[in-house]
Design a protein around this ligand. Structure first.
Ligand code: BTN
Length: 230
């Protein structure tokens, strides 16, 4: 279902932006947009997503919204872990880690009121350590650098799509269980803009639960940081 149709751009601004345009024009569920290079790749929290040309899988999938859509970013993270076993942990909400470094990021955007969303996945496939920007060099990795037997974004796409497809149909409970098995923050001290505590898993909506001095808080979105390394 994912990948029909499939539009590939050698160079574009952002696959999420292209997919949003197609979705707004009525593109079917599963429409896939990929690119070899993005000039304005977007990350979460208003950040940019940078990847050297031809080194990362840059993809966006049009989803027609249903009751499963809110969990789609968690589904994508679980699917990346299943597709590439070197990807062994997920930092809430959906950063995929390989050996303690970020290998993939996921950004969902859309217009639920119009019945569609776009699920964007940026997966570092063959990026070498010195190709990451200075500020990411110690915290990012690629599948190849982490030891996976995949060398090109096209190979990664061919592995990921058949795995992601059924996961998007999986029951929420199964997705959440798989996500919880890979929870990189569980039991670890975290802080965010308004507080700090110890991460204690996710609830059934995918909110992060944190035990604080005043009780358990559920964080719906945003950014949390580990309070100490390791
Ligand atoms: C994050 O970790 O901040 C999310 C990064 C998501 C990046 C991907 S790359 C393909 C798609 N197009 C975009 O502009 N962003 C997503």
């Amino acid at each position: 279902m994912i990948g029909s149709p499939h539009v590939h751009h050698r160079l574009t601004d952002s696959t999420n932006e292209r997919a949003k345009q197609l979705a707004a024009a009525g593109a079917p569920h599963g429409t896939l947009v990929t690119a070899g290079e993005q000039t304005a790749g977007r990350g979460r929290q208003g950040r940019s997503w940078l990847a050297p040309p031809g080194r990362a899988l840059l993809m966006s999938v049009v989803l027609h919204v249903d009751e499963r859509t809110p969990l789609a970013p968690l589904v994508a993270a679980v699917a990346v872990c299943h597709a590439f076993p070197v990807a062994d942990a997920i930092k809430w909400p959906n950063d995929v880690w390989a050996g303690g470094r970020k290998v993939a990021g996921i950004l969902i955007e859309g217009r639920p009121q119009d019945g569609w969303a776009v699920l964007g996945i940026g997966l570092n496939v063959a990026t070498e350590r010195d190709e990451f920007p200075d500020e990411l060099r110690d915290t990012a990795t690629s599948l190849w650098a982490a030891g996976a037997d995949v060398a090109t974004p096209r190979q990664a796409l061919d592995v990921l799509v058949p795995v992601l497809d059924p996961w998007l149909e999986a029951p929420a409970e199964t997705v959440l269980n798989e996500w919880r098995e890979r929870d990189a923050l569980h039991g670890r001290p975290v802080r965010w803009t308004d507080g700090e505590g110890v991460a204690s898993g996710v609830d059934d909506e995918g909110s992060l639960l944190v035990e604080t001095a005043t009780g358990v808080q559920a964080l719906r979105s945003g950014e949390v940081h580990l309070t100490r390394a390791g």
